[in-house]
Ligand binder design. Structure first.
Ligand code: PXL
Length: 282
């Protein structure tokens, strides 16, 4: 069985980061190690939250893993608590990534044109360094504009997306996959460009509702797909279909959108879709 490690926070309530990655990646048949980078009462989109930064644990935990000879087939990072922590995560990549594993960075730091409130202006440059270490990065358009210095646009054409992707590759990653791309009012999707010039895009219907944590759900599912042997395009498509199913399953919920999507009820569907798509490949 493949083993990955994910470096991101534990938001105790609110369905994001590790409380999404662990169940989803495990359900996909991949061992999911965790390196919690902070513990929060709940994510930062609630009105109140506590946050205990665990940056000082990254190095001692890494030391023990190295001593024990523990290795990972995948390393996946999400929300990181500070610019300084980004530097520590870069060092983690230097120690644990290499030829034999895949690194996925979701630079979770912004949405709808705005940097999350918890971050200072120095944060995107620090996250750009983390992106430079990755095989695959998965920013949304807001994050891509902050990472590259390109203007954020809500209305755009193919050439804007292509330029964003090219500029993201300049950060040093192997493949840049941009989420939340929409050329038609009722369609939403993902587009990637790799260093060999290969392009791919996949679109689903655009859901009327948006919920917190769907980016984390998306990245976790992509990683699970890759670890199980789907290619990147298949993994991005599987994740998109799964997130749409989760959003639809949440439509009747009376809870506010920051409680996230009810992905739990859709785990059996994810397992079925994964096995089907693995079967199609043979
Ligand atoms: O979903 C991204 C995320 C993860 N973790 C924490 C967050 C957010 C987004 O706001 O606040 C703590």
């Amino acid at each position: 069985m493949k083993r990955i490690v994910t470096l991101q926070d534990i938001s105790c309530v609110g369905r994001c980061s590790i409380t999404v990655a662990l169940p989803v990646i495990s359900a996909m048949g991949v061992e999911c190690g965790i390196l919690p980078t902070a513990v929060l009462s709940n994510h930062t989109m609630f009105k109140h939250f506590t946050c205990k930064d665990l940056s000082d644990q990254i190095e001692p935990i890494s030391d023990v893993w190295e001593t024990e000879g523990i290795s990972f087939d995948g390393i996946y990072t999400g929300y990181l608590a500070s610019a300084e922590q980004c530097g520590q995560v870069c060092r983690f990549f230097d120690r644990f990534s290499g030829e034999g594993n895949l690194t996925l960075v979701d630079p979770a730091m912004a949405d709808n044109g705005k940097l999350y409130l918890a971050f200072g202006e120095d944060f995107p440059a620090a996250m750009a360094e983390v992106c430079g270490k990755a095989d695959v990065i998965l920013p949304n358009i807001t994050e891509a504009s902050l990472l590259t210095g390109m203007p954020y646009r809500t209305s755009y054409d193919h050439s804007y997306i292509r330029e964003l992707l090219e500029r993201l590759l300049e950060l040093g990653c192997g493949t840049a996959a941009l989420t939340g791309v929409s050329y038609e009012p009722d369609k939403l999707g993902v587009a990637y460009l790799d260093r060999n010039g290969n392009e791919f895009s996949y679109f689903t219907k655009k859901c009327a509702q948006s919920y917190h944590g769907t980016g984390d759900l998306y990245a976790s599912t992509v990683l699970g797909g890759l670890m199980r042997g789907l290619d990147l395009g298949q993994s991005l498509a599987l994740a998109a279909d799964f997130v749409v199913a989760c959003i639809e399953a949440t439509a009747e919920s009376k809870e506010p959108r920051w409680y996230g999507v009810e992905f739990e009820s859709q785990i059996p569907l994810l397992c079925r879709m994964l096995e089907e798509r693995l079967g199609e490949r043979e």
